[in-house]
Write a protein that binds this ligand. Structure first.
Ligand code: URC
Length: 309
């Protein structure tokens, strides 16, 4: 019985493309995951290993980025047609190209600030310790409420730099005075009281207020590092929300790397990025109120940096 190769295709899957249009101070952001699958006369590469008909998947990926710069992204259907037609027209062995595109939605927060759609969760951890009493009025020692949120994905398409850092013999990272800053905020904060006046209204208003402070500080801060942005976010919460005693933040640095398009004769003035998911920098810190020292006035607002925990 003869053994034959059946249906086959190949291509680069999940090319993470972020395209920023910077025509003026108001940036436009597009975020796509693009997969390419090519099929045609590909018997030889499978049977003998002859690669003559194979356009490398790496070239396919480069085409996605170069086309994003040259033609813009347009509607996903348009960008898909542009790419698929290109591969069928220019690669002799290829008779079918399938391009699958997923667009990730972002809401505008400001001229160059955005929030990713539909990834956010509100969380709470409540601890009641018998030593403090378990009844409504027993909110003494041992009981605590920690409110929080996860998956709040924020992005500034400018007003972020990273330079002046320590360099050793293993440092290759180029300094930048204009980069994308993006993170998925994980934040947890503690309340001064477990049984606040207002009940449900208190929890709802406090949550909305803390969230607004976190987002506002991210949007407003000209960032020299994600560490600086983290502190600004925690600091804003403690300044604006007197009911909160401490904020713990974990901010993954969702790196967006500028694609080098010079091999294709294209410039890239901060417009076409590859969004990488790992590895990533993880910046963590707690911002807390300094314990009051009897007889001394609090400083500007009582906020200071705390330990990681
Ligand atoms: O904001 C940043 N903080 C870092 O500590 C760091 N390290 C790095 O490689 N990139 C960045 N960005």
């Amino acid at each position: 019985m003869a053994i034959v190769l059946g249906a086959n295709q190949y291509g680069k899957a999940e090319v993470r493309l972020v395209r920023v249009r910077r025509d003026g101070p108001r940036h436009e952001l597009r975020d796509l995951t693009v997969s390419v699958a090519l099929a045609g006369d590909l018997a030889e590469v499978h049977s003998s290993g002859d690669n003559a008909h194979v356009l490398p998947t790496d070239s396919q990926k480069n085409t996605v980025y170069a086309f994003a710069r040259e033609h813009g992204v347009g509607q996903v259907e348009e960008f898909g047609l542009l790419l698929a037609r290109h591969f069928v027209r220019t690669v002799p062995a290829i008779t079918r190209a399938r391009v699958t595109l997923t667009e990730h939605g972002w809401q505008r927060l400001g001229p160059h600030s955005f929030q990713r759609d539909g990834t956010e969760s509100r969380v709470a951890t409540v601890t009641v310790d018998a030593a403090g009493g378990v009844d409504a009025d027993g909110d003494g020692t041992g009981s605590s409420v920690e409110s929080g949120l996860t998956g709040l994905v924020l992005l500034n398409s400018t007003d972020s730099e990273f330079r002046g850092y320590l360099k050793d013999q293993y440092t290759t990272l180029p300094e930048t005075d204009d980069r994308i800053l993006a993170t998925a905020v994980e934040a947890y904060w503690r309340h001064g009281e477990v049984e606040p006046a207002g009940g449900g209204k208190y929890w709802a208003e406090s949550y909305a207020g803390v969230r607004a402070a976190l987002v506002g500080a991210f949007v407003d801060t000209y960032s020299r590092s994600l560490q600086q942005t983290l502190y600004a976010m925690g600091h804003r919460v403690l300044v604006e929300r007197p009911e909160i005693t401490q904020v713990r933040l974990a901010l993954p640095n969702r790196h967006h790397l500028l694609v080098d398009l010079s091999p294709f004769g294209l410039d890239n003035p901060g417009e076409v990025f590859v969004a990488t998911d790992r590895p990533y920098g993880l910046i963590e810190g707690t911002v807390t109120r300094e314990p009051d020292v009897a007889g001394t006035a609090p400083d500007d607002d009582g906020a200071t940096t705390g330990g990681i925990g």
